[in-house]
Structures are given as C-alpha cells and as structure tokens.
Ligand binder design. Structure first.
Ligand code: NAI
Length: 355
C-alpha cells in the first residue's frame, strides 16, 4: 500500500525525513495539521524495530496532537518528531545540534519539546541552534504540574458522570506510575481526600507514596485490576488491551498516559463493560495548555489568545463532561465522540484558513 493511503497517514500535511551521516541522526517530523495554527509536539528518541514503525508512531502521535490542541481550543496545530536509535548509545551534542539545524529548515511551522528519551537538558542543547524549542531550562514552567492539575479537573468530571458525586472524599483511585505527572496527580488526589493505591517500577517512589500520601502499594502487574472507583494510568501507553480489559473492575479509566487504548476495539470493550473512559488527549492537555506561552513567543508563530492559565486548565472538566454527554446521546464510546469533535474543529479551522 502507498504511504498516502495508509490509515496512519490520514491526510497529514507534511512528513519530513532527516539524516546526518556524521552524527548518525535519523529523524522524522510529522505535521498533521496547521489548520488552527503552527504545529507543536514533542520529540521522542527511541529505537524502533523498523523504519515503518517509526513513521507510524510519528504519524499517530502528531494526529493526536492536532486533536489535543484543537479540543483544548488552542491556536496550535498538531505535529510530532521521532529520532530513531538508542539514546543511551547515540545521543550527544553534535547529534542534537544536527537535529536543531533540521528543525530550522522547517522553521516556524513546527515547535518541539521533550518527550520519551529527551530531557530538558537535551532540549537546552537543541535550543542552542534552533529557536523552535520549548521545554528548556530557561523557559521552563512545570508542564507536568499543569498536566496534573488538568487531570484533576478531568477526574472531577469523571466522578460526576460515573458516580454522581463531585468530591473525592474516600474515593478509591489506583494510580499507575508515580513520575512527573503521576506523582502530581497522586498528591492532588490525596489532598482532596481520595484513598490511593499505587504502583511504579521505581521502589523509591512507591515508598515515598506510602510514607507521604498514605498510599497502599501493589505490584505494577496488578495495578489495573484493583477494586477501586477509578484506574488512572499515568505511565505507559497501550495499557488497556485484550489481556487487561477483563481484569479491570474500576468504574472509570482516566489518567495521563498517552495512547492508553491499545486498539479501537479496546475502547469499545470498555464501553460495553460500562467502564467510563476519559480520552487521554482531552484529559492530559494541561501540558500543552501550560506551554502555549513559550511556543507563541517563538519567531513567526503568532500570538495565542487564550483564557488565563488556571481557567484554561479548569475548562478540561466541562469539556470532558460535554464529550461524555454527547457520547451517551450518540451511543458511542467517548473516544469516538472526542475524535469526531476534534475533526469538526479541524475542518472549521481549515475552512477558516482557506476562506
Ligand atoms: P515520567 O517518565 O516522569 O513518569 C513515568 C513513571 O512511570 C516513572 O516513574 C516510571 O518509573 C513509571 N513506570 C514505568 N513503567 C511502569 C510500569 N510498568 N508500571 C508502573 N509504573 C511504571 O513521565 P511523565 O512525564 O510523568 O508522563 C507519564 C505519562 O503521561 C506518559 O505516558 C506521557 O506521555 C503522558 N503525558 C505527560 C505529559 C507531561 O506533561 N509530562 C503531558 C501529557 C501526557
């Protein structure tokens, strides 16, 4: 099949391949849509089993960024970059500089920041040669904290929709992953009175959650199967899959991790079991909302008009509630409704662009 017709390609505007013989850099930048504004999305650095898997990853992630920014009402398009290779083996200053020079060729159409395999320190190095880099030490506000705050607003909407209540007192939540976002979510839930069950592969974080948040700890293999109201995946994607679905007894799945559903069928099955799913790119939009100011300050990327940050983060709750409502009316899983709504927003943006 030609790449233009592949499901993943999905009318992407631009797909760029870069290679630099000297440093071994092989990078792909996918720009799904600039209908709402210049694209933004992180740079992921990891090995892939094949080049086509790397392309698919970039395409899927950039489309999700279009949906995320569109639904969040941001004047930002969707893009994503991947650098192919083992960062622990090939990542160095020269390679990151070569990457920055490639970013300059795309110019203001794409702004990027850290993702899996890239750190703030790495983005600092890329920013030495390219102005189209956010998430650096200099411009850093704590994006993970904004993401966690947004998740809490989303969880309240979940609580209301699924359990008919608005306070977290005594609500049992299983948090998978206590990293930058997961810890922030756990901390906020604890402060709101929730009872936490947690898992992480990092024993120190688990121990800290026991000590500071009164959390109960379980093994990473069992966290999805806890007897809780809400299961909050905050570590890896693909955790809702054929193996895990039957074991989930929570009434709702809502957390930070990107691409939680391993397949479209996984979402259909969750809905069939009466488990409410909060589409990840809606509930985890706090990071891109918090990062807007730094991307609009880049050359040629225009002004973003937006609500004050706290209001924009709080709007995640009502947005999710509207998606739940429409999905119930239409008899569709929430992620299907969210995608349809995102596509409507992009279409209106495109019509606005060409008008
Ligand atoms: P992080 O790398 O800081 O934290 C991930 C945590 O998950 C680590 O503590 C890690 O030890 C743990 N972990 C890894 N494998 C695990 C397993 N099998 N079981 C349990 N825990 C495991 O990453 P961060 O920034 O907290 O992101 C978490 C998720 O949220 C990712 O999927 C990310 O793509 C997504 N996300 C993050 C945003 C941000 O602002 N950082 C924004 C939107 C989405």
């Amino acid at each position: 099949m030609s790449i233009w017709d592949s499901v993943e390609y999905d009318a992407h505007e631009q797909l760029c391949f870069f290679s630099d013989e000297e440093t071994g850099l092989r990078a792909i930048v996918a720009i799904h849509s600039t209908a709402l504004g210049p694209a933004a999305g992180g740079t992921r650095f990891k090995p892939y089993d094949s080049d086509s898997l790397a392309i698919d990853d970039a395409l899927r992630l950039s489309r999700a960024m279009s949906y995320k920014s569109g639904l969040a009402g941001l004047p930002v398009g969707g893009g994503k970059a991947v650098i192919i290779g083992d960062p622990s083996r090939i990542k160095n200053h020269a390679l990151l500089h070569a990457y920055g020079r490639f970013l300059n060729r795309i110019g203001s159409h794409f702004a990027t920041g850290e993702d899996v395999g890239m750190s703030v320190a790495d983005m600092d190095i890329v920013s030495q040669v390219s102005p189209y880099v956010g998430g650096t030490t200099a411009g850093q506000s704590d994006l993970a904290a904004h993401t966690a705050t947004g998740i809490l607003h989303g969880l309240r909407a979940v609580l209301q929709r699924r359990f008919g209540r608005s306070d977290f007192g005594g609500v049992r939540v299983a948090v998978q992953g206590l990293g930058a976002v997961g810890w922030g979510v756990a901390e906020r839930l604890h402060a709101a009175g929730a009872a936490l069950t947690v898992a992480d592969v990092r024993e120190d974080q688990v121990e800290r959650a026991r000590r500071e948040l009164g959390a109960q700890a379980v093994s990473p293999d069992e966290i999805h199967a806890q007897d809780v109201e809400i299961y909050a995946p905050c570590a890896l994607g693909g955790v809702i899959n054929a193996r895990s679905i039957g074991e989930i007894s929570a009434g709702a799945v809502a957390g930070a991790a990107n691409n939680q559903l391993a397949s479209a069928d996984a979402g259909v099955q969750l809905a069939a079991r009466g488990i409410l799913f909060a589409p990840d790119y809606v509930i985890n939009a706090g990071g891109i909302i918090g990062g807007l100011a730094s991307t609009t300050a880049m050359p040629g990327r225009g002004k973003g008009s937006l609500l004050p940050l706290e209001d924009a983060l709080a709007a995640i709750g009502p947005r999710l509630a509207a998606i739940f409502e429409r999905s119930a009316v239409d008899g569709l899983p929430p992620e299907v409704t969210a995608e349809a709504m995102a596509r409507e927003i992009l279409l209106r943006g495109r019509e606005g662009v060409s008008a």
